[in-house]
Design a protein around this ligand. Structure first.
Ligand code: SF4
Length: 460
């Protein structure tokens, strides 16, 4: 693709993988319009921030970036500055008032029109485009970073209204994409060397519902599982209520699908879960875990946990810790509650002091790490299927890859460069609480997924 003289874009992306994927799409659209990507504001004719609203800290960073661009814009009047993503959608008026030097405010569904919006700036002082209007039937070609993985959004938006979450406000109602387009994008990605594809959706396990023709994530997995050259297929993030038996069986039966689920529990107290609007109880979540491990043996279950939600008591937090002990999650992302304007919980008192939130966060993380260390120790001697991503960044004598459950695995490199981009058997012979170490093995993996190892007994 040839680029036009002087058309250069610097883009910075905050937040989740959906944002990273949107950045890839917008870069492809801009490349079609003659832009080349540069890695500094100084070299750019267009500066874009693709923003996140999940925590105030992420928004504060963008406000800081915009403040620092003010004197630059004074010097370089032709510099175009744009804000896209969730913050643009949530806080457009506030952004324009506080940062009048911003030229473009582009919402979460409108960024695909970036070249046309930039054109409008030739006639208009400032362009604000934040209508919802998702293009389910449009091909979303993307300018992907090099590497084994390609992120492909299969749906957008969310029909749940968890009271701590800004996503339904910033990304609108749930909308699923046409499976034919998804399949063709996956085939293109594989042809371009992305041997792993991760399907993205805020509630990805609800995929297909809005199409109204019986399409489901399970059916999509069976279909994509047929694609030659695809080494591994993943999907994130799931809601426990949408994980059907049909989906669990598809994960079990499709050999290219990672035996891996990321299903946020958020909390172990049914009282707090009700306040969070999660639509399940502690028992409901444990039922899901039992069903998942029964129908899909070895499936790895990762979770998100929020500590310090309004009114959370020591007893509520103890229930979260006991849920973590009961389930023995294969990984946990722990967050401190951050109130967001426009959410259902905004009007609740943020009454758990910051230092208590921090203590609970550290306790939950500490528990996860100690469980992980123990579990990694039990994997010594086992042979896992590892998708080798490349040379380890910290030691060029080693290769780095990921197990089915996304565990970080490092193996000796000598004579094995041909393993890069392939799933290979690795015998585990060492570990820390964050990394597994091993060597290439000349045998089939002994474990398909490593989840629930020794934990199949659940006291529920
Ligand atoms: S399911 Fe809940 S937490 Fe997840 S995106 Fe929807 S509203 Fe947010």
């Amino acid at each position: 693709m040839s680029t036009e003289q002087g058309k250069t874009v610097y883009i910075e992306t905050f937040g989740c993988q959906m944002n990273a994927s949107d950045t890839e799409v917008v870069l492809a659209r801009l490349a079609d319009d003659g832009y080349s990507q540069v890695d500094s504001v100084d070299a750019a004719s267009l500066v874009l921030y693709n923003t996140c609203s999940v925590r105030d800290g992420a928004e504060a960073k963008v406000r800081g970036r915009l403040d620092s661009l003010k004197p630059i814009k004074r010097e370089r009047k032709d510099l175009r500055i744009g804000v896209m993503g969730c913050m643009a959608q949530r806080a457009k008026e506030e952004l324009i008032q506080a940062h009048p030097h911003v030229d473009l405010v582009v919402g979460t569904d409108q960024f695909v029109h970036m070249p046309a919006l930039l054109k409008r700036l030739e006639q208009e002082q400032q362009v604000v485009a934040t209508d919802f209007g998702f293009f389910e039937s449009e091909n979303w070609s993307a300018r992907r970073r090099e590497g084994v993985n390609a992120w492909i959004p299969v749906m957008r938006g969310c029909n749940y209204n968890c009271t701590y979450c800004i996503v339904p406000k910033t990304r609108g109602r749930e909308k699923s994409r046409d499976p034919n387009l998804i399949e063709s994008e996956v085939r293109d990605a594989v042809a371009n060397g992305h041997v792993q594809v991760t399907l993205l959706g805020q509630t990805v396990d609800a995929y297909g519902k809005t199409l109204g023709d019986g399409t489901s994530l399970a059916k999509l997995l069976y279909r994509l599982n047929e694609i030659d050259g695809l080494e591994r297929l993943r999907f994130v993030t799931s809601h426990p209520k949408d994980i059907t038996d049909e989906l669990l069986i598809a994960i079990r039966d499709c050999d290219r699908v990672a035996k891996h689920l990321h299903v946020p529990a958020q909390c172990g107290s049914s009282r707090v879960l009700r306040l969070m609007g999660r639509r399940y109880t502690r028992e409901g979540y444990l039922d899901f875990v039992e069903r998942a491990r029964r129908l899909c043996p070895g499936v790895e279950i990762l979770t998100d946990i929020i500590v310090g939600f309004p009114t959370e008591t020591d007893e509520d937090f103890a229930e979260t810790m006991s849920l973590m002990r009961d389930v023995q999650f294969d990984g946990s992302y722990v967050f401190m509650y951050s109130p967001r304007p426009g959410t259902g919980a905004w009007n609740l008192p943020d009454d758990v002091p910051e230092d208590i939130k921090r203590v609970r966060c550290n306790e939950a993380l500490g528990l996860q790490l100690s469980q992980q260390e123990e579990r990694y120790g039990r994997l010594h001697g086992q042979v896992l299927s590892v998708l080798i991503e490349g040379v380890s960044k910290s030691n060029d004598q080693r290769l780095q890859g990921r197990s089915q459950g996304n565990l970080n695995v490092v193996m000796d490199r000598a004579g094995h460069d041909d393993c890069i981009g392939r799933c290979v058997p690795v015998r585990i012979n060492g570990s820390t609480n964050l990394t597994l170490y091993g060597e290439h093995a000349d045998q089939e993996p002994t474990l398909v997924g490593t989840g629930g190892l020794d934990f199949l007994r659940l006291d529920i």
